[in-house]
Design a protein around this ligand. Structure first.
Ligand code: ADP
Length: 535
């Protein structure tokens, strides 16, 4: 956790800024302390100088008038001050003439003494004066007490060598030295307190600034960065609707804004892509089912075609013997004496059954397109109307209502009207049978463009209100001999023959049905004569 915090951007910034501030504060603290100490020392020096000067001026009159007692007394009084440890007056040879410490009077200090060393250097005799010496020094007495020693030369002024006592010759430059020792205890305490105060204040300042820095960096750097990081991870995991909630106007806010826009764009592109993929899949599915349907139709067409070829062969072979049977049965019937009732009836059955067979054979030939079409340009609407007029009078259609929805714009098309009527009649009979001869047949015509074939067709739709055709039988209704009607009623050739006729016209016939919703047969005929050649 700590390592993670230290490795973070905010952590590094805190360490960098904190270190710089600590260093800055330490340098500032030391400089400040040094400056303060210098000022305090200067103040002490200035105070000591004025005190020494005061003493010098205070005793000058007594010196000129030779009142030694008064001088000693003044030095003793001033030297008893709390800040002044002692005052001494030296003559030129280093002998203490007056001192606030009585015991010191008469003692001569050596040239190596701390007093002489303040203004002189070297070990020769005489000592060399230090030019522009500061006339004071901090010294530690043998007893360990720290004092500020200030020396003030007493120069030989006019009043001195012209005084009545004539004690000092005019040539002498310096008559003596006034040494004042000041206690540095007060200044030392102040410096100590100043140092402690500065360090405490500095430490507190660093802590407070660091705390503020932590809060600021957390709010403006660490938190936005972790929100951005979290957002990036969520984006990488695919959560494209995640929004980074940074509303500041700074770079972090801009970054979050850019991120949100980017995530939105990616989501939009992904949605588009998903939609495209879905649309593509749907289109592929649609095309696949169309191909499957076309494939099924092709297989069905192939199957019907081969069945047609087979049926044509069988029909052709059966046609001649059947004609023979019917012809010879008729001849026998003619020759049969009228009293042979039973033989006559049997022969009539033979003729009837043989003619039925002949009808089936003709149907098979029609299915296999072995009969030729006689084409003419026909209006499909008129042809349909005529066909309905033909069937309407038959008992089978008495309870059937015909509903016509004709498109008057359908053009005349080249067809064999007789063959087409055969197809239409067959569709009407099937509808009537399916509806138990009671219901409604809707016939609609329309012009359609088959884009896949690139041709135009006239479409005739025959819909009834019957029970419909089960899905599994839809593909079988055009097969020859497929019938669901009772024996003797259906041959299973009606739709097969119709299929053959429509194909021969270059058209198509197909059925759509839903159980319980009736059946719809669609006949499509090309408007141009490009029908399949007779074969
Ligand atoms: P058939 O009429 O002799 O049975 P078709 O080839 O005309 O022969 O018809 C084949 C079969 O198709 C019918 O037996 C019937 O099952 C079905 N069929 C045809 N038309 C319809 C329709 N409109 N409604 C329901 N089934 C139908």
């Amino acid at each position: 956790m700590i390592r993670k915090s230290l490795n973070s951007l905010a952590g590094k910034l805190i360490i960098a800024v904190g270190t710089l501030m600590t260093l800055g504060s330490i340098i500032f603290g030391f400089t400040f302390i040094r400056y303060e100490e210098k000022i305090m020392m200067n103040n002490l020096v200035s105070y000591a100088s004025s005190t020494a000067d005061l003493v010098k001026k205070g005793v000058s009159y007594d010196m000129l008038s030779g009142h030694r007692e008064a001088i000693a007394q003044t030095i003793e009084i001033v030297g008893s001050g709390s800040e002044i440890r002692d005052i001494a007056l030296f003559d030129k040879r280093g002998k203490i003439v007056f001192s606030s410490k009585k015991s010191e009077v008469g003692r001569t200090v050596g040239k190596d003494s701390s007093t002489c060393r303040i203004c002189h250097k070297g070990d020769g005799k005489p000592l060399i004066a230090i030019p522009e010496s500061k006339h004071w020094a901090i010294v530690t007495s043998p007893s360990g007490v720290k004092v500020m020693k200030l020396v003030m030369p007493i120069y030989n002024e006019t009043a001195c060598f012209s005084a009545s006592c004539h004690y000092h010759p005019k040539e002498k430059r310096i008559l003596g030295i006034l040494e004042t020792n000041f206690s540095t205890a007060t200044v030392d305490t102040a410096i100590k307190q100043n140092r402690i105060g500065t360090f405490l204040f500095g430490g507190l300042f660093i802590i407070m600034i660091s705390f503020c820095l932590c809060i600021i960096l957390y709010k403006f750097v660490s938190r936005p960065v972790s929100l951005l990081d979290e957002g990036m991870h969520k984006l990488a995991r695919g959560q494209l609707d995640h929004v980074i909630e940074i509303h500041s106007k700074d770079e972090m806010g801009l970054l979050a804004n850019t991120f949100n826009t980017m995530a939105g764009d990616i989501k939009r592109y992904q949605d588009n892509m998903e939609n495209w993929t879905k649309a593509l899949e749907e289109e592929i599915q649609k095309k696949t089912s169309e191909i499957m349907k076309a494939h099924d139709q092709l297989i069905n067409a192939e199957k019907l075609a081969s069945l047609g070829r087979m049926a044509a062969g069988v029909a052709h072979e059966l046609n001649s013997p059947l004609t023979g049977i019917v012809t010879f049965a008729h001849l026998m019937l003619k020759r049969m004496p009228p009293e042979n009732r039973q033989d006559i009836e049997d022969l009539e059955v033979i003729i009837e059954q043989a003619e039925r067979c002949s009808k089936i054979v003709k149907g098979l030939l029609g299915f296999s397109r072995k009969t030729s079409a006689e084409k003419a340009f026909v209006n499909i609407n008129t042809l349909t109307e005529n066909t309905i007029a033909m069937v309407r009078n038959q008992a089978k259609f008495h309870n059937i209502k015909f509903n016509l929805k004709f498109d008057d714009s359908v053009p005349e098309i080249p067809t064999d009207p007789n063959q087409l009527q055969q197809v239409f009649i067959n569709l009407f009979i099937n509808a009537a049978d399916a509806m138990n001869e009671r219901g409604q047949v809707t016939v609609a015509t329309r012009l359609i463009s088959d884009t896949t074939a690139g041709r135009k067709f006239v479409e005739i739709e025959f819909s009834d209100t019957g029970p419909g055709i089960p899905e599994e039988l839809l593909g079988r209704v055009f097969e020859p001999f497929f019938t669901t009607k009772p024996v003797g009623k259906g041959t299973g050739l009606g739709l097969a023959v119709s299929y053959g006729i429509i194909k021969k016209h270059g058209g198509n016939i197909f059925v759509r049905s839903e159980i319980g919703k009736g059946a719809s047969f669609f006949v499509r005929l090309p408007i141009e004569d490009n029908a399949a050649a007779d074969s």
